[in-house]
Design a protein around this ligand. Structure first.
Ligand code: NAD
Length: 404
């Protein structure tokens, strides 16, 4: 079957929680275009955080109502919108009853590690929002849509950086002569990452206790701006974060290189992580929706396509930047995080490819195209947002504002 056919998702009803965010918006449009009935659930708290901290998406994003209206105008396709908080169970239950999803893709969490390390209240918010929201989704499925497949976004950061290969979710261990297949050990490196570890444990428990169908996707760092659908109209443009709190490694480096700011490598730069293009994120979610997990047996996939160290990223951007007339520089700044800066890293990622993912690689012209695209928004860059702002060791018990 052709995954890009206009009726590829016929019969599927996908609720996208966090559908106003970076991954969620691109996914909502990708699935809508392919014949899935799509609804977006979002409380827009990500936009509020930007307002509170004085940040902004590099790309000029429209409000969610305007986005959805524009999508209808451009494609004739409807996306149902439910604006509310998944931590509010009455709201979530009403959305479930009204939309009756066959899959529920849960992106709707506070997803920044630095944000979770700013101060006590944000650490508590991150874990309350994320863990409570996920428990509510699990209950809503149990109560209102027991056949609905839950697809939950976790992170590769749940595994930390162990000195052995990282398996996809489970590891078979022989100990004192006995063998078992167990959840792979988790060691989150921030209150955010730990919220995902707690989510995974809660999901695994509910999958077994209530015979739910759940897939946990340990996603790597997502990069890029374009997807076919977000490119269809300027009002459909995705968000692109570059500040020190919500911006992720590659996306931030690309902006720094574009505006002539040295790329800020934290510490030794040997930190190695899994990465994937946003165009692959949306395809991975489609694959997950099309392959529901059997009830009672939680599937776990590592959702990334390539692994790079921070130094490798900086070198690749330097090379690509020179080709488009820039002169990128690299500086080392003290690492604000508590993490290993040189370590073994070898994570498995074959399961999504076995199900049909044909990865887009970072090499070649991709970085040059991204740099050119980002340079068009150069005038919107606020250089004050570029430097690292949150130190793990200095996380305060008193609420902080970022305005200095
Ligand atoms: P994002 O912040 O852009 O989007 C998350 C969306 O969820 C926002 O629109 C926000 O308003 C919404 N939300 C948060 N809490 C909510 C709540 N209680 N009720 C309703 N809506 C709520 O984040 P993103 O980059 O799109 O990430 C999406 C998911 O993927 C997150 O769970 C994140 O942890 C995971 N992930 C992202 C990356 C990445 O590189 N961006 C990497 C690994 C995993």
């Amino acid at each position: 079957p052709d995954a890009d056919a206009p009726d590829a998702g016929k019969g599927q009803r996908v609720m996208i929680i966090g559908g106003d965010g970076y991954c969620g918006w691109a996914t909502a449009l990708h699935l809508s275009k392919r014949g899935y009935a799509v609804s977006i659930v979002d409380n827009l708290c990500r936009r509020t955080m930007d307002d509170q901290l004085g940040f902004n998406s590099l790309s000029p994003i429209k409000g969610i109502h305007e986005r959805v209206r524009r999508w209808k105008e451009v494609t004739g396709l409807d996306i149902d919108l439910f604006v509310g908080d998944v931590c509010d169970y009455e709201f979530l239950g009403a959305a479930f009853k009204k939309f009756n999803p066959t899959s529920c893709v849960h992106f709707g969490e506070q997803r920044s590690a630095p944000y979770s390390m700013m101060d006590r209240s944000r650490a508590v918010f991150t874990q309350t929002n994320n863990v409570m929201g996920t428990i509510n989704v699990l209950y809503a499925i149990k109560e209102f849509a027991p056949d609905c497949h839950m697809v939950k976004l976790g992170t590769m950061g749940e595994y930390g950086t162990p000195n052995i290969d990282i398996e996809e979710g489970y590891i078979t261990i022989t100990h004192n002569g006995r063998t078992d297949t167990l959840p792979y050990p988790k060691q989150g490196g921030s209150f955010y990452h730990l919220s995902k570890c707690h989510d995974s444990a809660n999901m695994l428990f509910c999958t077994k206790a209530w015979q739910l169908s759940c897939t946990d996707l340990n996603q790597g760092v997502v990069y890029g701006l374009s997807t076919d659908e977000c490119d269809m109209h300027p009002d459909l443009v995705n968000r692109y974060d570059y500040d020190a709190v919500f911006g992720t490694a590659l996306n931030r480096f690309v902006i720094q290189a574009s505006v002539g700011h040295p790329m800020t490598v934290y510490g030794k730069g040997g930190q190695t992580r899994g990465f994937l293009n946003i165009k692959d994120t949306v395809r991975c979610i489609q694959i997950a929706c099309d392959n529901p997990a059997p009830k009672g047996d939680m599937k776990i996939y590592n959702q990334f396509t390539e692994q790079f160290s921070v130094n490798e990223l900086a070198a690749m951007i330097t090379e690509a930047g020179q080709k488009v007339g820039l002169n990128p520089e690299v500086i080392t700044v003290p690492n604000p995080r508590t993490e290993l800066e040189e370590h073994y890293y070898n994570a498995k990622n074959s399961k999504l490819q076995d199900l049909g993912l044909d990865p887009i690689l970072m090499r070649g012209e991709f970085l040059e195209t991204l740099l050119k695209q980002i340079m068009e928004y150069k005038d919107r860059v606020d250089q004050r947002l570029i430097l690292p702002g949150v130190n793990w060791k200095e996380s305060s018990s008193i609420a902080t504002t970022m305005s200095k």
